[in-house]
Write a protein that binds this ligand. Structure first.
Ligand SMILES: Cc1cc2nc3c(=O)[nH]c(=O)nc-3n(C[C@H](O)[C@H](O)[C@H](O)COP(=O)(O)OP(=O)(O)OC[C@H]3O[C@@H](n4cnc5c(N)ncnc54)[C@H](O)[C@@H]3O)c2cc1C
Length: 505
């Protein structure tokens, strides 16, 4: 089941491709090494080996399903690209729309499968645990789902439940993620008692188009690779004063420099300028970007592109083992919702789709090996004490307030003072949202706001616990790296959170 349509997901938007060891020139050891270097000491070596070792069979499985990966010109072999951080060409792709090709192929199979029932436009509200209905031994028994068409919450019992709800980019003002990425799985798992890890490591893409009518449009790093320069609104180039590699510095360095200039000068965006290159060069190298910008009245062959950094990928999530199992029996987490240990403090490009696929198979095999266990009668969602909301504006207002202060205080560069300010605001919003949730009928905006707030709290708490700058977490108060790399693990029982659920359970 999915809260919108099946294709409305980050997976559909993935552009670059899938990392895998597919040639004799490449090796499992090299892919592992590249992943560990990117992860800045925090990747779990066993998990990294497990994923990389399964990369080839995973891609072969996709090819077997019919995914149309791009081939070399005039040859049967597949074209592989190289991305930042990879020491070899190992990214298999379908032009610049890999995720779309994978989704289209698999969704088609799913729709035709006689044993699969699909529910679109259903939002999971909360998990149902055995403990909450008074059983001694705990396990996940299913979930409450809001049917968006009817507005009713239905109860679905399940022998096994898999959370594959994606990332949480929408917790920030600017994000490359689609609207569905509101961290629902992490929040539901946490409320049900599962641990989360490494939530402070949020990857920011340095250049997302800044335009009121174009949310979430990525401007590929290749624009900088081909000579694009970053400027302030008055045309002054600023990257050389931040790093000798200027615009070609790594992603996190460029994102930090842009963030620094925006905060220092109070400007809304910076500019990425490729207009000094011949127009036919720009058109042939960046046709998609050119087309999208022209639609918005912006000719990138003549003028600079307004850009901001944007939240791109959540490395943290619900802690899982090599089978995708969370802390709660019969509850699995797969993909960006999970923290398997693969990404450590920074994700290596194109390792995330690979992780989704490898762990989906591992979880499926684990589920098949489980003995069937009957599901008890589950209580219905209780709406006896709630009414329709009188003022939806509270939800809209709190959504934008949350995303703005997370951007300003818990973004690319953090300080103790900013984190404390953010936590203070989270505490205020929590009371308001909690009150709203307690008294009014749920709708998808309220469910998402509640989850975003929970995820924001987890990000801030994790960031506060890390007294160093490592990987994607950069603190002005702790600019050094500590000698020991230790994951940040949060346990629900140790923290006050939005655990109280007046409905249903
Ligand atoms: C623009 C972009 C480009 C990227 N490019 C690459 C790339 O080239 N290579 C790579 O490896 N990675 C890439 N990534 C990252 C990668 O796409 C994601 O990490 C990955 O697709 C996440 O998959 P997922 O299954 O975890 O989540 P998603 O694909 O986002 O799917 C989540 C699903 O859960 C549903 N859902 C969420 N909450 C609920 C709820 N409460 N109830 C019901 N349904 C719910 C959503 O509707 C959605 O269908 C990119 C990401 C973006 C945004």
């Amino acid at each position: 089941m999915t809260k919108h349509t099946l294709n409305d997901s980050a997976s559909s938007w993935a552009q670059g491709g899938i990392a895998a060891v597919l040639t004799d020139e490449d090796s499992i050891e090299e892919h592992i090494r590249d992943t560990l270097v990117a992860g800045a000491g925090l990747c779990d070596p066993e998990v990294t080996r497990f994923v990389v070792q399964h990369s080839r069979e995973t891609v072969e499985w996709l090819i077997g399903q019919g995914v149309p990966f791009t081939r070399e010109d005039g040859s049967d072999s597949y074209h592989l690209t190289q991305e930042g951080g990879h020491s070899r060409r190992r990214i298999i792709h379908a032009a610049d729309a890999t995720g779309h090709a994978v989704q289209e192929t698999l969704v088609d199979k799913v729709k035709k499968h006689p044993n699969i029932s699909l529910l679109e436009d259903h939002v999971a509200v909360d998990l149902i645990s055995a403990k909450k209905i008074g059983r001694r031994s705990n396990r996940c028994l299913g979930a409450y789902l809001l049917n968006k068409a009817s507005g009713k919450v239905v109860t679905i019992g399940a022998a096994n439940t898999v959370l594959a709800t994606g990332g949480a980019g929408k917790v920030y003002l600017y994000t490359t993620n689609p609207d569905v990425c509101t961290g629902d799985g992490v929040a539901m798992g946490w409320r049900a008692g599962c641990r989360v890890a490494n939530m402070e490591f949020v990857q920011f893409h340095p250049t997302c188009l800044f335009h009121p009518k174009a949310k979430s449009f990525l401007i590929t790093e290749a624009v900088r690779g081909e000579g694009g320069i970053l400027t302030l609104p008055d045309g002054t180039r600023f990257m050389p004063s931040h790093d000798p590699r200027a615009e070609l510095a790594p992603r996190d360095v460029v994102a930090r420099a842009i963030d620094f200039e925006m905060k220092k000068r109070g400007i809304d965006c910076v500019y990425l300028d490729i207009s000094h290159k011949p127009a036919d060069f720009v058109l042939s190298h960046f046709p998609t970007i050119y087309r999208r910008c022209i639609e918005l009245g912006l000719d990138i062959t003549k003028e600079p592109i307004p850009v901001v950094p944007a939240a791109h990928y959540s490395c943290g999530g619900l802690m899982t083992d090599l089978h995708g199992r969370t802390d709660m029996p019969r509850l699995y987490a797969i993909g960006e919702t999970a923290c398997t240990g693969l990404h450590g403090a920074n994700r290596l490009a194109s390792n995330s789709l690979l992780e989704c696929l490898v762990f989906a198979k591992a979880a499926a095999q684990d589920i098949l090996s489980q003995r069937a266990s009957p599901i008890p009668i589950l209580p219905d969602w209780d709406e006896s004490r709630v009414t329709d909301a009188d003022e939806e504006i509270i939800i809209t207002h709190n959504w934008s307030e949350l995303r703005r202060f997370m951007w300003n205080y818990v973004g690319i560069v953090r300080t103790n003072k900013r984190l404390t300010r953010a936590m203070h605001r989270i505490n205020l919003l929590r009371d308001e949202v909690h009150e709203f949730y307690r008294n009014f009928r749920v709708n998808s905006d309220l469910i998402e706001l509640r989850n975003l707030l929970q995820v924001a709290e987890l990000i801030v708490k994790s960031a506060m616990e890390r007294h160093e700058s490592r990987g994607l977490h950069y603190s002005k108060d702790y600019p050094d790296v500590l000698p020991d790399a230790i994951p940040t693990v949060l346990t629900p029982s140790n923290y006050y959170s939005l655990l109280d659920t007046p409905h249903g359970e």
